[in-house]
Design a protein around this ligand. Structure first.
Ligand SMILES: [Ca+2]
Length: 218
């Protein structure tokens, strides 16, 4: 009996405490690791189930892996990205000895000119064309952005950039091989901010192209 009374007093105290903070009695209160509490105005009696949204890819109709077969959500300047995305492992189709290591079916291959499966395998546009490719703005919601990158290795002319508040905050380049490798960016300082990803191809010389695919937000 004594225990029951103590429990009642505890619940009453908690209710008074929550009410004093502007919480309605019965609301769900989530205690976070950092000590903050989030009040959700719903009674537990009304909750049928709880789940957590795992989707972290920013929306806004931007293709992040180019599997749509088009460049939706990206704006280009110049001619470097005219025939993108690239279909299949086109470097291997021309016996380059440097497989693209792309994800899925399509990727951005700055040297390539095989946009559709019906285009001649191995066809290229070469290093000559230059230009940029910029994503629509999106909100950074995860601490890491990672992606596949290959192609040229001079960061002054061939690179991928993260732009936050109109400032370039992170850059990456390839390793002078067609084979793409995954690069991870720690974007913790920019969570909650609006960003864009931009590809730069500012060289028409040797290795004057950039390869890119499969942006993930984790
Ligand atoms: Ca892809």
């Amino acid at each position: 009996m004594k225990h029951r009374q103590q429990k009642a007093v505890l619940i009453l105290s908690l209710a008074i405490l929550l009410t004093s903070f502007g919480f309605a009695f019965g609301d769900m209160v989530i205690l976070l690791k950092d000590g903050r509490t989030i009040n959700v105005p719903v009674s537990k009696e009304d909750i049928v189930s709880l789940s957590f949204d795992q989707a972290s890819q920013p929306s806004g109709d931007i293709t992040w892996d180019f599997e749509s077969g088009d460049m939706r959500g990206w704006t280009k300047t110049g001619s470097a990205f005219d025939s993108q995305p690239t279909y299949g492992d086109n470097p291997t189709a021309r016996h380059r000895g440097q497989p693209s290591n792309h994800q899925g079916t399509y990727w951005v291959g700055g040297y390539e000119n095989r946009h559709r499966s019906s285009d001649p395998p191995g066809r290229v546009q070469g290093d000559g064309p230059q230009g940029t490719l910029t994503s629509k703005p999106f909100t950074i919601t995860t601490p890491v952005i990672n992606f596949l990158i290959g192609g040229g290795c001079d960061i002054n002319t061939e690179r991928v950039e993260l732009i936050v508040n109109r400032q370039v905050v992170l850059r990456a380049t390839g390793k002078c091989t067609e084979t793409m490798e995954r690069v991870l960016w720690d974007v913790t300082p920019y969570v909650g901010q609006t960003a864009q990803i931009r590809l730069i191809d500012a060289s028409g010389g040797g290795w004057g192209h950039i390869n890119f695919d499969d942006v993930k937000f984790e």
